[in-house]
Ligand binder design. Structure first.
Ligand code: 13P
Length: 280
């Protein structure tokens, strides 16, 4: 179908009451697996990569592959730059054709977060791209590093950031975390409900790996429209490669196929939950 702005995908998801999966990819196998799952289920999706992953998957190499996959997919696909940390890299992603970017200034005081988010929003408008911002901090960064203390989002700050910047989507911290959870997450649905009542834009749940199907559905019914999943896919692909090698089948292309299939299975499973049995 086509490469589309994130905003269009999320508005439609919000109207229809389903969640749009945003799947982090690091290589061709994950891109192929994600597209296969989306086409088979006939659901829209977002392919994304976070700035911290670029040492392993350079942006100028992986971006064209992500964009070509989106352009040639039979379903609408957004291509998103996740956890952008500085305006230079965000601009590079926009120049390469990403249809949305995230500015993650959540570690800064809200006034500074608003300032840089507004600048990114202005920049992205020149490209017709959508912007996601974050209010409140997740326990660890996208690559599992860091040790910032968990700070839940303050719904009043969510409202203020929206009013001052006009961003298209806002990520919340409600007890969710990047990486696998050490104990079952206890999500704070009151914060989600309050934030949702204060802003008209779709809300984003990061740290999708390890959240229960029931909590995913509850989040979607209370205002979450974009859901990020990374670790579960990376882990499934790694396990598939390890299993393949352990079984002494060392033909590279069959291993690559097994990795694509592992990404496909994991992403499809999440898409089935996020779809909430709705038509797209
Ligand atoms: P997980 O790695 O926990 O799935 O989180 C992904 C994410 O939120 C990417 O921004």
């Amino acid at each position: 179908m086509s490469l589309v702005p994130m905003k269009d995908l999320l508005i439609r998801g919000e109207e229809k009451g389903y969640g749009v999966g945003a799947f982090s990819v690091a290589d061709m196998e994950m891109i192929l697996g994600a597209v296969k799952a989306a086409e088979e289920l006939n659901v829209p999706m977002i392919l994304q990569i976070a700035q911290v992953r670029l040492p392993f998957s350079p942006l100028d190499k992986i971006a064209p592959m992500m964009i070509a996959a989106a352009e040639n997919a039979k379903v609408p696909v957004g291509v998103h730059f996740d956890h952008g940390l500085d305006k230079e890299m965000i601009k590079e992603a926009l120049d390469l054709g990403f249809t949305s970017v995230m500015i993650d200034a959540s570690k800064l005081p809200i006034s500074e977060n608003i300032k840089i988010t507004a600048e990114v929003k202005k920049l992205a408008e020149r490209y017709g791209a959508s912007v996601e911002a974050e209010v409140g901090q997740l326990g660890v960064s996208e690559d599992g590093s860091g040790d910032c203390s968990k700070i839940h989002s303050d719904p009043k700050e969510v409202k203020l950031l929206y009013e001052e910047t006009g961003v298209d989507a806002i990520a919340l911290s409600i007890g969710n975390q990047h990486g696998f959870y050490k104990a079952a997450p206890k999500l704070n649905f009151e914060i989600l409900e309050e934030a949702n009542s204060l802003v008209p834009v779709p809300l984003v749940l990061h740290g999708g790996s390890g959240i229960s199907d029931e909590d995913f559905r509850k989040c979607i019914s209370k205002g979450i429209t974009k859901i990020n999943v990374a670790t579960a896919t990376f882990s499934a692909v790694k396990e598939a490669a390890a299993f393949y090698l352990k079984n002494e089948k060392t033909d590279y292309f069959s291993m690559s196929d097994a990795m694509t299939n592992a990404a496909y299975e994991n992403i499809k499973r999440h898409m089935q939950v996020f779809s909430m049995d709705k038509q797209f």
